[in-house]
Design a protein around this ligand. Structure first.
Ligand code: PMP
Length: 421
């Protein structure tokens, strides 16, 4: 039986999240049966070295023993109670202790939910309706945020989605990433109406685009002066760049921060949090409604805690950065040897090669990448048993389970794939 053909009969496009379908690179997606460490295995037991890492959550690689044990032990004691648990308290404490800008945190079930909720709180707190986002940043698929968005929206060439009423989208203003003047202009044009600016501190959904020196600090200062809340969407960067995420890494004190991915250790979790007086707007302390049957689910909390215990241990990020740097350096050397001058953006354990000469610091530059070349490169890697995200506009993630041998092999494969273009 061809699983993909069969799946397409029952699931739109055969997938439960669009970019998985290989739509922009061509061919059929690999169906995964199991995974361990740095490797995933397809339904025929073919092994792949994996750099998708579930699109970010698996900073400890697949089926980490401590994470699996934590989930199994939690499951034995019941999978959901709809009542508070000590596990939730432990995870909340872990987050608050590690993320300097967060005094309080609320658990939800996905990054989408986290951002949607944070924006609601920001609007309630400021009593203003408009928000500013950046072109090419993706903040989940809630209505008001599917405006000039990245990731799946961008991969399929529809950065804004049908089905989003104009009335919703009209409160979302769009600025240029790495361009503070574009934010200032929007604020000037909408004086007294802007509740919040939301940003991916490192943009990870138009490929990887790094903030220019001072961009985030200047944004922080500008927002403070204008009485506008700054929301850091750290669904990707949270716990990846540092135990305190991008806030710690770039020394920026966001009013609200959203998280997902790593915080759930591979189970469905999102979280939002920030300053106490803002978070106390949330029900039942305050009037802002936000609820969830499975929020704070014990399996998900157990996976998150087991993950963060390791990720927040001293030396974890230093080791991961050194490992990643070996890979990035090898890839840079390959480009040099092959005389290609493609933009290659990396930070800590996330990176992205754009098929565009020169720099990529903006949405415009990111989207001028040659996506046909990317598709060939993608298949070149896949043929050699390496999985990277099937879209130019996603990040490559290194986990702590990638071995020296894995990295050496990947550098060779990368050379071959680039040479064959
Ligand atoms: N924000 C960012 C920065 C993301 O990268 C993502 C997902 N890739 C989301 C929000 C949405 O998270 P989820 O897919 O868990 O809903």
């Amino acid at each position: 039986m061809n699983l993909f053909e069969e799946s397409k009969k029952y699931i739109p496009g055969g997938v439960n999240s669009p970019v998985r379908a290989f739509g922009s690179v061509g061919g059929d997606p690999v169906f995964i049966k199991r995974a361990h460490g740095s490797k995933v295995y397809d339904i025929n037991d073919k092994e792949y070295l994996d750099y998708i890492c579930s699109w970010g959550p698996l900073i400890l690689g697949h089926a980490d023993e401590d994470v699996v044990n934590a989930v199994v032990n939690a499951a034995k004691n019941g999978t959901s109670f709809g009542a508070p648990t000590e596990l939730e308290l432990k995870l909340a404490k872990k987050v608050v202790e590690n993320v300097p800008s967060m005094d309080m945190v609320r658990m939800v079930n996905s990054g989408t939910e986290a951002v949607m909720s944070a924006i609601r709180v920001a609007r309630a707190y400021t009593e203003k309706d408009k928000i500013i986002k950046f072109e090419g940043c993706y903040h989940g698929h809630s209505d008001g945020l599917l405006v000039k968005a990245g990731s799946a929206a961008l991969t399929f060439g529809q950065p804004s989605s049908p089905g989003v009423p104009d009335d919703y989208a009209k409160n979302t203003l769009v600025a240029e990433y790495n361009n503070l003047d574009s934010v200032k202009k929007l604020v000037e044009e909408n004086k007294g109406e802007v509740a919040a600016v939301i940003v991916e501190p490192v943009a990870g959904n138009m490929g990887v685009v790094l903030p220019k020196d001072g961009f985030l600090k200047d944004l922080e200062e500008f927002c403070k002066n204008e009485g506008i809340l700054l929301i850091f969407d750290e669904v990707i960067t949270g716990f990846r760049l540092a135990p305190g995420g991008a806030g710690e890494y770039f020394d920026v004190d966001a009013d609200l921060t959203t998280m997902g991915k790593i915080i759930g250790g591979g189970l469905p979790v999102g979280a939002y949090g920030g300053k106490k007086e803002i978070m106390e707007m949330v029900s039942p302390t305050g009037p802002v409604t936000q609820a969830g049957t499975l929020s704070g689910n014990p399996l998900a909390m157990a996976a998150g805690l087991a993950t963060l215990d390791k990720v927040c241990a001293p030396g974890f990020h230093k080791n991961l950065a050194e490992k990643s740097e070996k890979l990035w350096q090898g890839m840079r050397d390959n480009c040099r040897r092959l005389n290609v001058n493609y933009a290659f953006n990396t930070i800590e354990s996330m990176g992205c090669l754009f098929f565009k000469e020169g720099e990529v610091t903006s949405f415009k530059e990111a989207t001028s990448s040659d996506t046909d070349k990317f598709a060939k490169f993608f298949h070149g890697m896949l043929k050699q048993g390496i999985t990277i995200a099937p879209s130019q506009f996603e990040a490559t993630f290194v986990s702590d389970k990638h071995s020296d041998e894995d990295i050496e092999y990947t550098i060779k494969a990368h050379y071959n794939a680039l040479k064959d273009l």
